[in-house]
Design a protein around this ligand. Sequence first.
Ligand SMILES: Nc1ncnc2c1ncn2[C@@H]1O[C@H](COP(=O)(O)OP(=O)(O)O)[C@@H](O)[C@H]1O
Ligand code: SF4
Ligand SMILES: [Mg+2]
Length: 363
Amino acid sequence: MAEPASVPTAQRPERSPQERGEVILEVRDLVKHFPLTQGVIFRKHVGAVRAVDGVSFDLHRGETLGIVGESGCGKSTVAKLLVSLERPTAGQILYKGEDVATLSRRGLKAVRRNIQMVFQDPYTSLNPRMTVGDIIGEPFDIHPEVAPKGSRRTRVQELLDVVGLNPEYINRYPHQFSGGQRQRIGIARGLALNPEIIVADEPVSALDVSVQAQVVNLMERLQKEFGLAYIVIAHDLSVVRHISDRVGVMYLGRIVELGTDHEIYEHPTHPYTQALLSAVPVPDPELAEERERIILTGDVPSPANPPSGCRFRTRCWKAAERCALEVPPLAVPAEYRYAEGPAHHDSACFFAEDRPDLTHPEG
Ligand SMILES: Nc1ncnc2c1ncn2[C@@H]1O[C@H](COP(=O)(O)OP(=O)(O)O)[C@@H](O)[C@H]1O
Ligand code: SF4
Ligand SMILES: [Mg+2]
């Protein structure tokens, strides 16, 4: 996990729902099950890995939604579903009100152009035998209308410049760049088609701590410049905080808590979020001493056989009988429904409780 001190400390101003742009992406009850089979010749269906199991959220124009959770909770699968690299088992992805699954080929092509992905690993996601010019310009093969043949080179050089790389590097190969520079190349490719939404799956996780902040800063600058909406995925809570307007916390294929960064980091109400936050290192030794560390026991259950009711119940210190029988919905908990304040946000827990965590102060 990165040291929080390494990440830019300026917080984003909190935006009211009115100040947020229109909703451009609506995700409704998204499900992705991967079949589990046995046998080589006669492949027998023996179950399913429920990688994503009922995920819903909205994305507003120009905002950043962070998605955090431990490895294996389904984050990358959500990302792949959003950019149509995987097809959902059930549920809907509505782009400007239209269901991506029911679009014609042409309609789908337009949506794909507008939702681009930046991958985690700048070492493996760039083809080592292609020049950066070809890598960044590759999307133009599918969408020649964005950059007609004669203007491609200029357009690629503009993109290099936009992400802070020397346009003269256009003929170099990925191995001639550092990790941070390669992620800039990945971001340039993501920008090539002028998308509205960029889904960034662990964009800085593979980078040195000192380089992470530079890439995060670049992403923030590009967001302002081009009015981009981001979905930024990370297992590292500290990285997501500094770039996100809102944050969703995932556990075993579901979002368990969703709110503004202030609500999630300082007033988490879901036990899982509280536990995750208590494990983030605190730079201030006095605050660190005051803080109660919640140690989760047990392993994350297999997504092929998730617990009944609340999926977190096998590791939750508050679990009661009800938690095994009913699935807690992701909604504002009853006790906070009519109260204003930071506890008024979605939390999928029957016993949600505002437990202010002041060890993650602004800045
Ligand atoms: N193509 C696949 N086939 C089978 N299982 C998969 C596939 N992709 C992901 N999974 C499983 O789905 C779960 C979620 O994976 P993933 O979305 O990669 O999680 P994360 O990105 O949060 O680490 C894991 O248990 C993983 O093993
Ligand atoms: S619903 Fe029950 S098991 Fe789930 S997080 Fe809340 S208290 Fe824990
Ligand atoms: Mg992943």
